[in-house]
Design a protein around this ligand. Structure first.
Ligand code: GDP
Ligand code: MG
Length: 375
């Protein structure tokens, strides 16, 4: 460690080995890294820049070349340089954030009413992104015993962690804090479930601008603003919480139908023994999942509902790609040169008349799925 005098005071250069920090905010070319409970303003080492590497919020990074600038003995800037980025465990696009440990799925007991289909959908979104789902039952000041029993039987029994909270009555907040400690979390769940109230109850100084997932299926509103991770301190512990909800869209359009069941953890031990390798655990013969689970449960019923949704998206995507295929044709011009001619196929013409929503509602009618809005 050494010190250099500079105009405004002292500049201390502290030479440490590479240390592991987490990017919590990005602003133009500056990356703000949480390391040792301080926020360090970092530039990217030029080698990484040249490689085109771009850190995301949530990235675990090694930092070096620490500088602490002091002015009149008061520390004004901690700065350092990012020397490498560790492999990500997971990453979301919207919001653009990596290495989320867990999604706190905030679900209310009333207004909006508890909706197991939506809860399962959020669970699938988490599982499919390799993010551990934690079920937070908020407004538990108004929970009846039947509902509590249903939640325990359905979710606790298959291994999900559940916390019961009431932001209004300050109940269960210590349990929630325990879950959040030393982790990177996103709070997710529909509008009105109590996300903002919970954040405020945990830490009133932290005013998260939690943007909302729209009430209507598939019409998520996403913010253009960069996500950042907020540091929250309690009981000598620190939590990092994303300031936007975990999933801007609650559509399952990135999941393949034959993959969906892998996001139902109670199904997974039985999937490999199904007779068909692409078994959808629905109408197929010799299905090992159906043989081993109770198909009378809301989980299985919700699985089927979500499967129909996923199949609907697949149908639309296939139609789109067949449209693409039919668009390009090579033709020979009079001068002998080959040219590409765009020609729309009949299937594509038919599909282009329909919107995605119409397609989905038609599939819905054929299979009489319930309306999937949450309240
Ligand atoms: N009874 C009760 N009401 C709550 C609770 N938490 C939040 N609310 C109310 O639910 C409404 C929606 O809460 P809000 O935090 O804005 O939900 P968000 O949309 O998920 O951020 C507000 O009127 C809150 O006062 C709770 O634990 N119990
Ligand atoms: Mg809110």
């Amino acid at each position: 460690m050494w010190a250099i005098k500079c105009d405004s005071g002292r500049l201390i250069l502290e030479d440490k080995d590479n240390c592991l920090g987490i990017v919590i905010r990005i602003h133009s070319n500056y990356y703000y890294v949480d390391y040792n409970n301080e926020t360090w303003e970092c530039m990217l080492r030029s080698k990484l820049k040249k490689e085109g590497t771009e850190p995301k919020v949530g990235d675990k990074v090694l930092i070096d070349e620490f500088k602490i600038v002091t002015k009149d003995d008061v520390i004004s800037i901690h700065s350092a340089v990012i020397t490498s980025i560790l492999t990500r465990n997971n990453e979301l696009d919207k919001p653009n954030v990596a290495n989320i440990d867990q999604a706190i799925i905030v679900t209310s007991t009333y207004s909006p009413d508890f909706n197991p289909l939506l809860l399962d959908k959020f669970i699938v979104l988490s599982e499919s992104n390799n993010i551990n789902p934690i079920i937070c039952i908020n407004k538990s000041d108004k929970i009846d015993e039947d509902l509590r029993e249903f939640i325990e039987k359905t979710y606790r029994n298959i291994g999900y962690e559940i916390v019961y909270t009431s932001a209004k009555e300050n109940q269960g907040l210590d349990d929630l804090k325990n879950v959040l400690s030393n982790k990177i979390s996103v709070l997710t769940g529909v509008s009105g479930s109590g996300k903002s109230s919970l954040i405020n109850a945990i830490n009133p100084e932290l005013s998260l601008q939690v943007a909302e997932v729209s009430k209507n299926l598939g019409t998520g509103r996403h913010t253009t603003r960069h996500v950042s991770l907020q540091k929250v301190f309690f009981n000598n512990q620190k939590a990092l919480i994303a300031d936007t909800p975990g999933f801007s869209f609650i559509e399952l359009n990135n999941i393949q139908s034959k993959e969906l069941a892998w996001n139902f953890r109670e199904f997974t031990p039985f999937i490999p023994e199904c007779a068909l390798s692409d078994c959808l655990h629905w109408q197929e013969p010799d299905c090992n999942v159906k043989r081993n689970i109770n198909t009378e449960t809301s989980r299985y019923n919700n699985y089927l509902n979500l499967l129909i949704e996923v199949l609907g998206f697949e149908k639309i995507n296939n139609a789109r790609s067949s449209k693409k295929e039919s668009q390009v044709k090579i033709s020979q011009r009079a001068d002998g040169k080959n040219i590409r001619v765009v020609k729309i196929g009949s299937q594509a013409r038919e599909d282009s008349r329909r919107t995605v929503k119409q397609e989905l509602s038609e599939i819905g009618k054929r299979t009489s799925i319930d309306d999937m809005e949450e309240d």
